[in-house]
Design a protein around this ligand. Structure first.
Ligand code: ZN
Length: 269
């Protein structure tokens, strides 16, 4: 029996009427590696993969999941006979819980040290960086109750005074976020804000929301994103760095991307 780890999700997964934060995960095997490395393309000629990145993550999380709260696979079933047992629950899980579980799964399977390269935005020098993934986990604050993630929140922007109603994103939204990042190069930040925003100044009309978010000051948009982090209790995985180029020495931050292929394949295949 391979070693497994019990983690507490920052949010929680709802099974029936009950929220569960405790989840047991077992390390990744060759089966899930193949899911992640599958390079089969979609039939539509778009050049996109047949199975999206977030759908793969859902499959991996389901296969490696031993239990959610007390819920386990049915008697006699194993991860190889029934890998998709937890799939719907992980698909509906909050994005922050999915990212957190992926982070823990990576640390469990390949160790907590993660190496990546970061480019200084000022001079372009590339740096080899090594981080302790589990040190991020400690920064994730537990929300008071996962119910706060399912309700609509309100926030009044400090500069323009817009009343913004917003909600948390789930695994189903993750697909849309990836698609926005791939396809909408010009207005992706607005499009991602649109996904979360249910109403602005009372209107839920798509055009009204889009126009309001586009004309919102940068300060207000930053304040809105900060509010998401504050309520959801999640910290983006940002690594503070200082450029080693003696003519530059600029401080910058680089983000660890759990959705990136290199996150699970550090040495490429
Ligand atoms: Zn630099």
């Amino acid at each position: 029996m391979a070693r497994s780890v019990v983690i507490l999700l920052p949010g929680g997964i709802k099974v029936g009427d009950e929220w569960h934060q405790e989840v047991e995960l077992a390390p990744i095997t060759g089966f899930e590696e193949d899911i992640m490395a599958d390079s089969t393309l979609a039939d539509d000629g778009s050049g996109r993969p047949a199975v999206s990145g977030s759908a793969r993550m859902t499959k991996v999380l389901s296969a490696c999941c031993v239990r959610i709260g007390k819920l386990t696979r049915p008697e006699g079933a194993t991860r190889s006979t029934n890998p998709n047992f937890f799939e719907t629950l992980w698909q509906n899980a909050f994005m922050l819980d999915r990212s957190y579980a992926i982070l823990q799964l990576r640390a469990l399977t390949l160790g907590k040290s993660f190496k990546f390269s970061a480019t200084c935005p000022n001079c372009g020098k590339t740096h080899d960086v090594s981080v302790d993934l589990l040190s991020f986990g400690q920064d994730w604050i537990q929300p008071k109750h996962p119910d706060i993630l399912t309700i609509e929140h309100q926030f009044t922007t400090p500069e323009g005074g817009n009343l913004v109603c917003w909600r948390s994103l789930t695994g189903s939204d993750e697909e849309k976020v990836r698609a926005i990042k791939d396809q909408r190069k010009s207005d992706q930040l607005t499009s991602i804000l649109m996904l979360r925003t249910t109403r602005i100044d009372g209107s839920s009309e798509k055009m009204d929301k889009y126009t309001a978010l586009r004309s919102m000051s940068s300060g207000d948009r930053v304040a809105l994103r900060k509010q998401f982090e504050l309520v959801e209790g999640v910290q983006p995985m940002l690594v503070p760095l200082k450029c080693s180029n003696i003519d530059c020495r600029k401080e910058f931050r680089s983000q660890v991307d759990t959705g990136d292929r290199s996150f699970f394949f550090p040495s490429e295949i």
